[in-house]
Design a protein around this ligand. Sequence first.
Ligand SMILES: [Cu+2]
Length: 180
Amino acid sequence: MFRSALRATLFALPLVVAGPAFAHNGVDHSKDAETSTPAEAHAETKIGDLTITGAFTRATLPKAPVGGGYFTVQNSGDADDRLISVSSPVANEGQIHEMAMVGDVMKMQQLSDGLVIPAGETVELKPGGYHLMLMGLSEQLVEGETIPLTLTFETAGEITIDLPIAATAASGAPCHMSHE
Ligand SMILES: [Cu+2]
């Protein structure tokens, strides 16, 4: 029911690659990723020309049906790439969402064509912006644990990372709890 309602709101929007969604209070996490601890929260994963950092999800309440997924991906290559699908063994289905203004209301909607990672640019998935949705969770997401998350990129291919589970209201990976 939830999913079909969501699909009903889908329409093509130009992909915004720069703007408010990516301003993170002026903090560029890609720069401090290597100097902070713990290491696990900043595990840097490379696949092809892409570097993934700061991946996390949030703890869920028991029986919560959906979870989120967030990370930063940097494309150091000369060609655009595209995140085309996501999956996790703890979820029935993984989706890629964006937040967008629909009339006067901020809504999230599925990016049915995936999320473009432009050549030479960094795209941040975060609460309130682009994000992953794990639909139909089979288990509660418990803070401090990890879940496997498989990302499939059009060019770079497929990779599975361990997604750390942060607090329920976390706005960043576990070691970035505050950066106001
Ligand atoms: Cu969503």
